[in-house]
Design a protein around this ligand. Sequence first.
Ligand SMILES: Nc1ncnc2c1ncn2[C@@H]1O[C@H](COP(=O)(O)OP(=O)(O)O)[C@@H](O)[C@H]1O
Ligand SMILES: [Mg+2]
Length: 290
Amino acid sequence: MTITGSDEMSTHAGASANPEPATGAPHKLVTIRDVGHDYPTRDGHRTVLDKVSFDVNPGEFICIVGPSGVGKTTILRCIAGLQPSTRGEVKVNGRVLTGPSSDVGLVFQDYSRSLMPWMSVTDNVALPLRKRLTRVERERRVTAALREVGLDQHTESKPWQLSGGMQQRVAIARALAFGAPLLLMDEPFASVDAQTRAELEDLSLRVREDSGQAVILITHDIDESIYLADRIIVLGGSPASVIAELTVPLGSNRDQINTKSLPEFAELRKTVHTLIQEASRSMGQKGGSK
Ligand SMILES: Nc1ncnc2c1ncn2[C@@H]1O[C@H](COP(=O)(O)OP(=O)(O)O)[C@@H](O)[C@H]1O
Ligand SMILES: [Mg+2]
């Protein structure tokens, strides 16, 4: 596992068990079944998630949306193997997750806390690959990842010499070089300006296209979820579960102006907005996702 943009730094660890027996069923990269999560409180516990179930196909782009505080980060941490779910099961590549897995890469919102300020861009990207690959293979992967994110002219810069958007590109390159079949991103573009955000969205789509990685991305931005996703998972309720799964019929060639002008886009925006508004109301909140 590589964790990018979070205060929890670890390299990878193979911690999976119980490979699934071969069957004739189509291969699912991730299966999430009846996942529940409780946080301890002073007088017992609080159930945040209950019976969350959905699947992710190889190469699929999933966006998770839902009101603020509903449990989006919690489910992502369970899928990452960073915190064991209280109930239910997460399988990645047919194996039950029992901890961080080399099948999963992570990009979090706060890039400034994930990149090592004293290390060059190249060394930051190579960090989770240390001790894992030969030097030649490591260099090949790092060079390719930095080229993919357009940072091949900045390999020797330190993160603090780069803009916020460029630093998040370093984080994406790190996850890309790690080469896990599943990439998890928690509000990865929430800290950058609108123009940079649009560029990073397009970069994410291109990376998914080129690498074939599946992505689960959390966002509070409804337009972003529709623009990026093949499928949108809406979380709602308290405790939260999946209240809707929406297929996004916008094809694979998306662009910021034309795709967002399509009637299907506007229709989905209305649907997702209504779902989140209802979910926010039922949580007794004024706010929620935009
Ligand atoms: N470590 C924790 N201990 C106790 N409660 C937590 C913890 N992390 C999150 N929560 C609570 O669980 C709920 C869901 O949090 P989170 O998954 O971060 O929501 P989201 O990402 O959708 O905003 C919130 O009410 C939050 O306050
Ligand atoms: Mg969150």
